[in-house]
Write a protein that binds this ligand. Structure first.
Ligand SMILES: Cc1cc2nc3c(=O)[nH]c(=O)nc-3n(C[C@H](O)[C@H](O)[C@H](O)COP(=O)(O)OP(=O)(O)OC[C@H]3O[C@@H](n4cnc5c(N)ncnc54)[C@H](O)[C@@H]3O)c2cc1C
Length: 367
């Protein structure tokens, strides 16, 4: 599966120049990825998926991540926490409703972050109040990926405002529900076409059965789901740096300065060696985390290790790749420019690296 994905991705990379020129992803890209069944990799067969184990999933994502992230935003969500949370805590009706939609290419967006609550999720202010057979949502979310294309949203809100973590619940919300609005795209440094968006809930009423799992358990669902998301971010980061490395390696053989290919200068050889070693080390850490996820062993620690190390290694590799290209690396439309810009956010989202280090320290120091 890894090698067939490698070939598919190599074909789809031909659409990257069109994307840089138009800022639009060619429909053939979405169609190919949908037809190849990548949306169903985390979803059981009874819902139309073709599930693979976590290590295979990581290997496939590492290949897909050689593409611009805008080429596969809904797949990232389809292999992210939402299907797992549905399988672990969803009602039969919720699973029947959402899982087949995800397999068909639909996106269910995870909405946690708020203007005043990012790392500190317990401080969220969006509320959900029970009123007969409805919940009434009020508040705002921000930086929600892919929201414009969202077929559904898993929104976290306070159901007990006297508590922090123990007062959060999670709800499925349909786009178009009265009182629910999605902002225009918030302009970002990378992740441009799919964009991030603000969500506003103004006396937004949803059916009682929209609640996921148990009331006031939402924070813990989010934390467990984010372990999976951290391995996925590691893949996004490392897949990007892999293609930057491949392009830099080739360029160093093609580009001649002072009568010799760049690759014959020892300083550049050493840069390439460091990139290759870091890529390999990060890949091993990532696959180890995927294995832990599959077997339920040391999950939090391993997923945090992988997220931090892969995102930071990817930034260093992308930086060196751009340097090897010299001025050409700084030009829009170059793969190394794209990777340099896009990889930066992997140190921030799905739990910023400082927060990951805090969590790792707690476990190591048993505090
Ligand atoms: C492109 C993009 C896509 C995103 N997609 C989504 C999405 O789909 N859904 C969603 O819910 N959210 C999404 N986010 C939001 C993202 O998860 C948050 O930005 C992230 O969790 C950090 O929160 P914050 O921005 O509020 O930073 P803050 O929490 O304000 O933190 C600011 C800085 O301080 C550091 N810091 C904070 N507290 C501590 C501490 N106790 N110790 C040490 N350092 C600390 C942080 O690490 C960070 O560097 C996205 C963000 C971006 C940029």
């Amino acid at each position: 599966m890894q090698s067939s994905t490698h070939r598919v991705v190599n074909d789809l990379l031909a659409y990257e120049p069109h994307f840089h020129e138009t800022n639009e992803v060619h429909e053939d890209v979405h169609k190919t990825l949908r037809d190849m069944g990548y949306y169903g990799l985390s979803i059981p067969e009874e819902f139309g998926g073709s599930p693979v184990d976590k290590v295979t999933l990581a290997l496939v994502q590492l290949e897909l991540a050689r593409l611009p992230p805008q080429f596969w935003p809904s797949i990232r969500q389809a292999v992210g926490p939402v299907p797992q949370l549905l399988l672990q805590h969803g009602t039969p009706a919720q699973r029947d409703r959402w899982l087949p939609r995800i397999v068909a290419g639909g996106a269910v967006c995870l909405a946690l972050t708020e203007p005043d609550a990012g790392s500190d999720l317990g401080a969220m202010r969006t509320t959900a109040v029970r009123n007969g057979d409805r919940w009434v949502l009020n508040g705002a979310k921000t930086y929600i990926s892919n929201a414009e294309r969202g077929d559904g949203f898993l929104v976290f809100a306070k159901t007990d405002t006297s508590k922090a973590r123990d007062g959060v619940s999670a709800f499925f919300v349909d786009p178009g529900t009265p009182g629910f609005t999605i902002s225009k795209p918030i302009r970002t440094m990378g992740f441009m076409t799919t964009g991030v968006y603000g969500l506003t809930f103004d006396d937004c009423q949803i059916p009682a059965e929209s609640l996921l799992g148990e009331e006031n358990r939402g924070f813990y669902y989010a934390v467990s789901g984010l372990n999976e998301a951290r391995v996925n971010v590691g893949c996004v980061a490392l897949g990007g740096s892999q293609i930057a490395y491949e392009r830099a390696l080739q360029y160093s053989k093609d580009r001649v300065t002072f009568g010799q290919p760049l690759a014959s200068h020892q300083v550049l050889q050493h840069m390439l060696v460091d990139m290759a070693m870091e890529q390999h080390a990060a890949r091993l850490l990532l696959l180890d985390a995927a294995w832990s996820l599959q077997h339920g062993v040391d999950v939090r620690l391993k997923c945090s290790y992988a997220k931090v190390f892969c995102s930071e290694a990817a930034s260093r590799i992308a930086d060196k790749a751009l340097q090897i290209f010299g001025g050409a690396g700084y030009i829009k439309g170059m793969v190394v420019e794209r990777v340099y810009r896009e990889s930066r956010v992997t140190r921030i989202f799905e739990g910023a690296n400082e927060i990951q280090r805090n969590m790792i320290a707690k476990q190591l120091l048993k505090m």
